[in-house]
Design a binder for this molecule. Sequence first.
Ligand code: GLC
Length: 637
Amino acid sequence: MAKESRMVENKMEKAKKQKEVMITGEEEIYQRRFEKYHDELRWLYMELYQNGSMFSELCDKMKQFYLERNRELKDLDFQREACSDWYKQNDLLGMMFYIDNFAKNLKGVEEKLGYIEQCSVNYIHLMPFLETPEGRSDGGYAVSDFRKVQEKLGTMEDLESLTAACHKKGINVCMDFVMNHTSEDHEWAQRARKGEGEYMSRYFFFDNSYIPSLYEKTVPQVFPTTAPGNFTWIEDAKHFVMTTFYPYQWDLNYKNPRVFNEMLYNFLYLANRGIDIIRIDAVPYIWKELNTPCRNLPQVHTIVRMMRIISEIVCPSVLLLGEVVMEPEKVVPYFGTVEKPECHMLYNVTTMATTWHTVATRDVRLLKKQLDIVNALPKEYVFLNYLRCHDDIGWGLDYQTLKMEGIEERAHKKYLNDYFQGYAGESNSRGELYNSDPVTGDARFCGTTASMCGIEKAGFEQNDAAMEKAIRFDIMLHAYMFMQSGIPVLYSGDEIGQVNDYTYKENPNKAADSRYIHRGAMNWELAKNSSDLKTVEGKLFLGLKQLEEIRKSEKVFVSYADTWTIETWDASILCIGRYWEGEKLIGIFNFSETDKTAWINETDGEYIDLISKREMKASGVDIPAYGFYYLKKKSVD
Ligand code: GLC
């Protein structure tokens, strides 16, 4: 007996020792990271806040969140730290969806991981799922509790179970961190509304309209029609509060270090639930100064850099994805510098908008110029490429260049909007305007990829020939998108060609926001056709699958590859080259509804089209309407 209990004791002693060793190891790891960044973090924090005690509170909390981080996540941190380019390869493919639309709730998503794998997707963006008031949610972007999942979607435990299940399958999970504002129902907002000074100082409150009116002089409007102005009068508080987005989304005041600290604790809390990619929502807006546009101010970069440092210390496996929907010169600074990086990834928003301009004009010149700009950027920069997301498409194009062609901004935006609504030009698109501003004449556009490519119209008209064309067009656009360096992201449903959903108009909580037209529920009945080549869904699904497989198996798709455009001497044909370690690929894409010849002249050898497996020459290439080729140079040996 005594012997046995001694053995147990010894075992326990050994385990305890092992744990201690592990803990010391963990502490050392933390210390190493902390020391590496401490001086810079302190410097930046003091520059903004001059508050030593809040800084030490932040440091204590960081350590606490690190200690609370589970073993699996710490292992992932360790692995990814050792291979910091893990997300710059050619193997990531994203898909974004609203949890309820996709699978009712978090548990449902876990059950659908098999489908996600079938789609070759290994990065899922769960659209906002934190507590938000029904009817005043802005699609979940008005968060009332950063530590609670919406009841209808599940619990934090469900989220942890999902992220763990995803990690087992090598799937990364992305979520939004809506840091610019809280919902008016958030505890802070409620207390501020009651007049508690401590909480009022976390927002921008004004007891009369004078200062707000000064801000209005320089701050543009985000939702000019659905939510005009940047301030809202709060009757019970007898104050104005700053609301850049909807009146129920109160802008947080990051001049208050309590706001920064608490929001960062929320960030780390969420990271510890197993999130791999944190999308920093509306990041350009987070710092406000009078007499400025309140966008992209230098302090925003200080904050993002601090967030990067904090995650490098506590949870280095986590990637920051910045939502910067701005012109290219405003976007790129969010990568920071090579020595002092900020975001890991940014949306390739101008390329996305320019793609649709190309669709409407059948003229690839502006797109070619845009791709040349992106191709010339440092290879460390990783872009998220997409054809559309949950938001509208804003026509942020290079109007200076278009002006040289005699194209004027206002008239062109109107043309694009008319075109995609199906009113102008040879258009087969369907969709709706978003926030049409009578003052500036500006409007954005909403629609699913399939509807914009003509699948909705062809289906409605039961026109088989038009349907074939529309499907070809849709696949061609994806093939072109996959040729770009970075990470392609699909919007769920696009893989089976889901069209616009007009039912949002019947829901009073959604009717005023046309973005819901392209946020419809996943149609699982149609998804059953995904392996049937006789159906629209099957043709698209299998067409995209082939592209996904090629992209993952060909090293030339890595982010570091050389990428360039090639003149084709035809305004409708885009040609992109990629080169990596002796391998070369030429992508040719016909953006018009006529058969064409691409007058390229790559005489350096034989090529093989990776789609049809046909041997081809990469010179004077005949290309059918909306067709494309992935021509890979045959190796000499
Ligand atoms: C981002 C989201 C958008 C939301 C806005 C306000 O731009 O993508 O959907 O309306 O932020 O949070």
